[in-house]
Design a binder for this molecule. Structure first.
Ligand code: C2E
Ligand code: MG
Ligand code: MG
Ligand code: MG
Length: 293
C-alpha cells in the first residue's frame, strides 16, 4: 500500500515536473519572439504623495500579451526570462520605453521637472557589465537627467554581492539616479546595509502594508522602519494599498508616499498621460510654469 502510494506520488511529481518543464520551454521560446512581435507593453502605476494626492512619479511595469497564451503575469515570466538570459533584452526595452515616455511628458509639459520613472531590475540585469554606461546613454539620448530615473532592486542583489552592488550604486548615484530597495520586509531585511550602502528609497512590501490595519506587530514594524528611514534621510514608499483601511493606516503612520490599487492601478502610457494632464490642470500656475526641461 505504502509502496504503491510512493510510486504514484513519484509518477505524479514526474508528470508535474515534465509539464512545468514543457511550459517553461514553450514560454521561453515564445518570450524570445515577443520583442520583435511587439507583444510587450510598459504600463505605469503612479507613486502618489499622500499630502496632495498628486502623482510624483510612476513605476514602469512590463506586460506581455501573447496571442495564444494570453496575458501572463510578470511574476511568472520574469523568472523564466532571468534563467534564459532574455531578461537583459526585456530590461533594455522597459528602460528605453519608460525614458521615452517620461521625456515626452516633460516635453508636452504634463509633468514637472522633478517627476521620475522607476524601473525594476532583476539581479541578473543589475550585474551586467555595461549597466551604468547603458543607463547614462539612455538618459542622454532622451534628454533626461539622472534624477528622472529610479532603479528598483530587491535585497537579493545585496546578498549576491554587496561589494559589487555598492560600487554600481555609487556610480549610478553620481549621475543622480536614485536607488530603491523593492519589496522591503519580505527577504532577510538587514538594516546594516542602510548604514553601509547609499540607498535613496525603501519600498515597503504590500504583504507588510496590508497587515497594518489588523496586526499591531506589523504596524510597529512599519512604524520603526519608517522612522529609521526618515532619520537616515531615506525616502519610504508604502506599496500595495488596496483598501481605505490600508490607506488611512499608512497615512496615520506618517508615510508620505504610496502606490496601490485604491489610488491607481497600473495603466497604459496614454492613460497615464491623461491622468498627468488632468492633475497638472489642477496645479497652481506657479507650479505649472516650472514644468519642462
Ligand atoms: P514589484 O516591482 O513589487 O511591482 C509591484 C507589483 O504590485 C505590480 O505587479 C503591481 O501591479 C502590483 N500592485 C500594485 N498595487 C497593488 C495593490 O494595491 N494590490 C496588489 N495586490 N498588487 C498591487 P506586476 O505588474 O504584476 O509585477 C509583479 C512583479 O514582476 C514586480 O513586482 C516586479 O518584481 C516584476 N516586474 C514587473 N515588471 C518588471 C520589469 O520591467 N522588469 C523586471 N525585472 N521585473 C518586473
Ligand atoms: Mg517594483
Ligand atoms: Mg520588483
Ligand atoms: Mg515591490
Amino acid at each position: 500500500e505504502a509502496k504503491n502510494q510512493g510510486k504514484n506520488r513519484s509518477i505524479f511529481f514526474d508528470q508535474r515536473m515534465r509539464t512545468e518543464q514543457m511550459t517553461r520551454t514553450v514560454v521561453q521560446a515564445e518570450l524570445s519572439n515577443s520583442l520583435e512581435r511587439q507583444e510587450l507593453e510598459v504600463v505605469y502605476q503612479p507613486v502618489v504623495a499622500l499630502d496632495s494626492n498628486c502623482t510624483v512619479g510612476c513605476e514602469a511595469l512590463i506586460r506581455w500579451k501573447h496571442s495564444q497564451l494570453g496575458e501572463m503575469s510578470p511574476s511568472e515570466f520574469i523568472p523564466i526570462a532571468e534563467k534564459s538570459g532574455l531578461i537583459t533584452a526585456l530590461g533594455r526595452f522597459v528602460t528605453e520605453r519608460a525614458c521615452e515616455d517620461l521625456s515626452r511628458w516633460l516635453e508636452i509639459g504634463v509633468v514637472s521637472a522633478d517627476c521620475f520613472v522607476s524601473v525594476n531590475l532583476s539581479p541578473r540585469e543589475f550585474f551586467v557589465g555595461d549597466l551604468v554606461a547603458r543607463v547614462q546613454e539612455t538618459l542622454e539620448r532622451n534628454g533626461l537627467e539622472g534624477r528622472h530615473l529610479r532603479l528598483e532592486v530587491t535585497e537579493g542583489v545585496l546578498i549576491e554581492s554587496s561589494q559589487e552592488a555598492a560600487v554600481i550604486f555609487a556610480e549610478l548615484q553620481a549621475m543622480g539616479v536614485r536607488i530603491c530597495i523593492d519589496d522591503f520586509g519580505t527577504g532577510y531585511s538587514s538594516l546594516s546595509y542602510l548604514q553601509s550602502l547609499p540607498i535613496d528609497v525603501l519600498k515597503l512590501d504590500r504583504s507588510l502594508i496590508q497587515q497594518i490595519p489588523e496586526s499591531p506587530k506589523s504596524r510597529e514594524i512599519a512604524r520603526t522602519v519608517l522612522n529609521l528611514a526618515t532619520a537616515l534621510d531615506v525616502q519610504s514608499v508604502a506599496e500595495g494599498a488596496e483598501t481605505e483601511e490600508h490607506l488611512s493606516a499608512i497615512r496615520q503612520l506618517g508615510f508620505r508616499f504610496a502606490q496601490g490599487f485604491i489610488l491607481h492601478r497600473p495603466m497604459p502610457a496614454s492613460q497615464m498621460e491623461e491622468l498627468l494632464r488632468h492633475e497638472g490642470a489642477g496645479r497652481t500656475a506657479g507650479r505649472r510654469s516650472s514644468a519642462g526641461h
